[in-house]
Design a protein around this ligand. Structure first.
Ligand SMILES: CC(C)(COP(=O)(O)OP(=O)(O)OC[C@H]1O[C@@H](n2cnc3c(N)ncnc32)[C@H](O)[C@@H]1OP(=O)(O)O)[C@@H](O)C(=O)NCCC(=O)NCCS
Length: 160
């Protein structure tokens, strides 16, 4: 297993994993992934096994402390020197779940954010995953204003 940052030509593999991991209402559309990859490929962390994409994490960096739905689609909100590393997606293909793949990536994202002197890492998740992110030090700040995909999300923050 190897972790690397993305390049724009990773689009097909990333879009395929995204589509396997999220229902259509929540999955990032291909155009959004294209724009994100063009704007901040260095904020996509890919975990590969023999060249196959197994798992990835992505998200912009911003000085805004709260993850807003507009951030998913508006890459102009990315600020490379920003204070907060957002996480928009944590995805592992079904055949490789419960083997620590997402955990490896999350530890790397957190380590990078520390080296880059961010204030912390922010994500939103559904109630059934708050315990999972808590293991990495994320605190549950309660129900998010997000209406993404019509679901209920919790604001999760890891302060560095
Ligand atoms: C959520 C998701 C990213 C987790 O990916 P993963 O690679 O399976 O994550 P991990 O292996 O690190 O951890 C998952 C669980 O397996 C457990 N696990 C890890 N390694 C294990 C092992 N060797 N044996 C048994 N269990 C293990 C972890 O402790 C964790 O358990 P928990 O849910 O009780 O905390 C994945 O299920 C997914 O893509 N889901 C669909 C998309 C989604 O909902 N993403 C999150 C959006 S916020």
């Amino acid at each position: 297993m190897q972790i690397r940052y993305a390049v724009p030509s990773d689009l097909d593999a990333i879009a395929a994993v995204e589509a396997q991991c999220f229902p259509a209402a929540e999955a990032a559309p291909r155009t959004q992934l294209t724009n994100r990859l063009a704007a901040y490929p260095n904020h996509f962390w890919l975990l590969e096994e023999e060249g196959q994409l197994i798992s990835f994490v992505d998200g912009m960096v911003t000085d805004e402390p709260i993850l807003r739905d507009e951030m998913y689609e508006n890459v102009a909100l990315h600020t490379e020197t920003g204070a907060w590393q957002m996480i928009f997606g944590v995805n592992t293909i079904p055949s490789h779940r419960r083997q620590g793949c997402a955990a490896q990536l999350l530890r790397r994202v957190i380590a990078d954010a520390r080296v880059q002197e961010r204030r912390g890492v922010v994500l939103t998740c559904k109630a059934h995953l708050t315990h999972y992110y808590a293991k990495f030090g994320f605190l549950d700040e309660g129900i998010s204003a997000s209406t993404h995909g019509g679901a209920v999300w919790h604001d999760m923050r890891l302060k560095l």
